[in-house]
Design a protein around this ligand. Structure first.
Ligand code: HEC
Ligand code: HEC
Length: 454
């Protein structure tokens, strides 16, 4: 008995050891082939700029009616998002999943994305439809064309010029009054003159002594009359880069050589992601996005966007190229497990469903479960056969042939997605200032709701 059991135990142990090493060996190949690297910290940022940016990010004085800040839709307590499928802008009340729309307002047609790691050097595309893009070297493309000022530090700063000009997000409609009943002077400016909005906003900010001081500390070499909203935008971007960059997910630790950072399920998930599940066909490179636009057939609901309304044609509105119809930018995936609801319109409240969607988009679109939408959004679902046929007619080739995965394999993919979470991104309440220079209230989530999942 004793004699014969030893070799059996040895064989079992050897076998286990062999398969353990082989997962890592296979992954080593994948990592090499895809040239994957851990996400690295950005170079240090000027702290005076970061502090100015923090104030601006949380200050509702940036909005026409003084009722909404960047943080309303990108709140640290909500993982830099808002927990809503579609964002609620000017006129809304509350924060997070209990936020409600003001009278006679509409939803923003898109989901507020998380803001993680957008300061990476490789980032060059902002918004779900990429309408702001570029680098400081190549210059920036944006809806403001030549009116966009020079001197923007990066694409994140270029992006920060736009929420304040958007009537629905922050600026307000003609005839709006602010929360004190005063005229909203920003709303009176023509849509064709974004430069006048930026100018008027700087007047608002520089009328507040504390902002004059903060701008002076951040830009000591620039006289006050030469300060423009691009300086505010650069500061907001510095804050976003400093506080929303996370480099220590288990996957990053694994890429740095700590083979114990992932469990076997996550390792199998990574192999599927870069292998037969073909996720890396689009979620490519170190940011887990190719920053390109693909129609993967996500259900349409909400008010719709621009000329395509009540549909949202995504990238098509920017390029007019039929192949871009219903295409949205591939989202990055670091911290994806904590940043739902998922997709450009928050169509899914379960990460597993967002993953399964890709395996058979046609089925996912036809069988879309509207229970996960708020009652008001359910009424706006556009799922008649003509719409579905149009969407499926130019489905991206990367998802057009259905992939069959066993339930266990989907679990492994999920485990890999979870391994992309840096645990220090889970609780960001420390980013909130106690007060902002305008003395407008800083929005906070009550402790009960702060930890609730949607
Ligand atoms: C009303 C809610 C709302 C407010 C207020 C708001 N955002 Fe957003 N933000 C969104 C939505 C929705 C999108 C996606 C819009 C789209 O793609 O068309 C977005 C997109 C972004 C992006 C692009 C991320 C990416 O991956 O492309 C950044 C960065 C960002 N917002 C930062 C800010 C900053 C900075 C402010 C304040 C100046 C701000 N937002 C104000 C809702 C909001
Ligand atoms: C053809 C390109 C493509 C392929 C292949 C692909 N994706 Fe995606 N993925 C996208 C696009 C584009 C979106 C956003 C679509 C939208 O919102 O309309 C997305 C969204 C997601 C989301 C939601 C993220 C968020 O922040 O909302 C997850 C999670 C995801 N993909 C994971 C995967 C996994 C896992 C695979 C492999 C099974 C995969 N993707 C394969 C292009 C792709």
């Amino acid at each position: 008995m004793r004699k014969s059991s030893i070799p059996i135990v040895a064989v079992v142990l050897l076998g286990a050891a062999f398969s353990y090493f082989s997962l890592d060996d296979q992954l080593k190949e994948v990592i090499k082939k895809n040239d994957l690297k851990a996400y690295e910290k950005v170079p240090p940022l000027d702290s005076a700029k970061v502090e100015l940016g923090r104030m601006l990010f949380f200050d509702k004085v940036l909005s026409g009616n003084r009722d909404i800040s960047c943080a309303t839709c990108h709140h640290p307590s909500l993982k830099s998002g808002d927990n809503l499928a579609l964002a609620i802008g000017v006129g809304g009340f509350g924060l997070g999943e209990t936020r409600v729309m003001g009278e006679d307002r509409e939803r923003i047609p898109r989901n507020s994305p998380e803001l993680f790691n957008r300061g990476a050097e490789e980032w060059h595309t902002m918004f779900w439809d990429g309408r702001v893009s570029g680098t400081p070297n190549t210059g920036f493309l944006s809806p403001a064309d030549e009116k966009l000022p020079e001197g923007l530090d990066n694409v994140l700063a270029a992006q920060a010029m736009f929420p304040v000009t958007s009537r629905d997000e922050m600026r307000g409609e003609i005839g709006d009054t602010d929360i004190f009943g005063e005229q909203n002077e920003l709303s009176l400016i023509s849509n064709a003159a974004p430069q006048s909005v930026w100018h008027a906003l700087m007047q608002r900010l520089l009328a507040i002594p504390e902002y004059r001081q903060l701008f002076k500390q951040a830009y000591p070499q620039i006289p006050q009359n030469k300060l423009g909203f691009q300086h505010a935008a650069n500061a907001i971007a510095a804050f976003e880069i400093k506080e929303f960059t996370f480099v220590d997910s288990p996957w990053d630790r694994y890429l740095r050589g700590d083979l114990s950072a992932l469990n076997d399920s996550a390792k199998r998930g990574a192999l599927l992601f870069y292998g037969k599940a073909n996720c890396a066909g689009c979620h490519a490179g170190n940011l887990l996005t190719d920053q390109q636009f693909h129609n993967i057939g996500v259900a349409q609901f909400g008010p719709g966007n621009e000329n395509a309304a009540p549909l949202d044609a995504g990238r098509f509105a920017e390029t007019g190229n039929p192949k871009d119809r219903f295409a949205f930018r591939t989202p990055p995936l670091r911290n994806v497990a904590i940043s739902g609801p998922w997709m450009h319109n928050g169509a899914y409240i379960r990460l597993e469903d967002a993953i399964r969607h890709h395996l058979n988009p046609m089925k996912a679109l036809v069988d879309y479960d509207i229970e996960q939408l708020s009652p008001e959004l359910r009424l706006t679902l556009k799922n008649d056969p003509t719409v579905i046929a149009r969407m499926l007619s130019n489905l991206d080739a990367g998802v057009s042939s259905s992939i069959s995965l066993e339930d266990k394999e989907v679990e492994d993919l999920l485990a890999f997605m979870e391994s992309l979470t840096d645990s220090s991104a889970m609780n960001l309440n420390r980013l909130m200032p106690n007060a902002v220079p305008s003395k407008l209230p800083v929005e906070e989530i009550t402790p009960y709701r702060r930890y609730k999942n949607y």
